[in-house]
Design a protein around this ligand. Structure first.
Ligand code: MG
Length: 261
């Protein structure tokens, strides 16, 4: 290759990169990552009884600590039965979130995909734990919940990813019909007076006892399409659970508690 050709190629590559960076991403596929695939690890779901200073968000009895995200004056319309509650995926079920708002916290939650789950990829046992539900055009910061047992999808959208931002360090997802646990340490973002971000959000997650997010920094609220960024300042926020629109059978949750830090 002549020097001239090398120069031209370099210039074109540089130009192409600049154009790609400048282009707004308009398709969901543009922010999907597929490799490397996190290794599969055998973990063990952790049941931890709420510590004495925890706020118990679900004790097996009722959803009195939760409301409908669509209308916070309305109770959570998900089903409680046999010490667990089940996502309501019917029209009008919607997402649910806590009545109380939280800043920095430690949280424990257990979730189970039904044994008879069908579908694939993002359409198989999809829910989500939004670590802060901030509204105003942003859904919040989603720690993905998904059946990632022998179910390939983009790695930054599998179970325990921070959706389309942070790939989990391992995949210890239990098979459908078995319980999984997340133990989360959430450090909320802080903002300057001019509403610019002062310190970004950080998250640590243990998934079935396995470290999968290690004090990882978030680039902003999670986005289905486009790159994340901190576009609005916010303070303490509710914690939200997702009723995802896919047709697969609904997940169950149990033993949810949070300790404010
Ligand atoms: Mg989800």
């Amino acid at each position: 290759m002549s020097l001239n050709k090398i120069f031209m190629t370099t210039a074109l590559v540089a130009c192409g990169l600049t154009m790609t960076n400048a282009q707004e991403k308009t398709k969901p596929e543009q922010t999907e990552v597929y490799t490397p695939v996190p290794k599969i690890v055998q973990g063990a779901a952790v049941y931890t009884a709420p510590p004495s200073d925890a706020v118990v968000l679900f004790d097996g009895k009722d959803l009195s600590k939760w409301v409908s995200t669509d209308d916070r004056s309305q109770p959570a319309k998900w089903t409680v039965a046999d010490g667990v509650f089940i996502v309501n995926k019917k029209t009008g079920g919607g997402n649910i979130e806590t009545k109380q708002s939280f800043g920095n916290y430690q949280l424990h939650i257990e979730w189970q995909v039904p044994a008879n789950i069908e579908g694939k990829g993002q359409g198989r046992g999809n829910s989500g734990l939004f670590l802060a539900s901030i509204g105003k055009g942003d859904a919040g910061y989603e720690l993905q919940i998904l059946d990632s047992y022998k179910n390939d999808t983009y790695t930054n959208g599998q179970a325990a990813s921070i959706y389309k931002q942070l790939v989990p360090l391992a995949n210890p997802t239990h098979k459908p019909g078995e319980w999984n646990s997340y133990d989360v340490v959430w450090t909320a973002p802080t903002f300057n007076d001019d509403k610019s971000v002062k310190t970004p959000a950080r998250v640590t997650v243990f998934f079935n006892g396995v470290l999968v997010q290690n004090n990882a920094e978030l680039k902003g609220p999670t986005q289905y399409i486009g790159d994340p960024a901190y576009r609005q300042a916010h303070g303490p926020s509710p914690i939200k659970l997702q009723s995802h629109g896919d047709p697969s059978a609904p997940l169950s949750f149990r033993n949810i508690w949070v300790r404010e830090l």
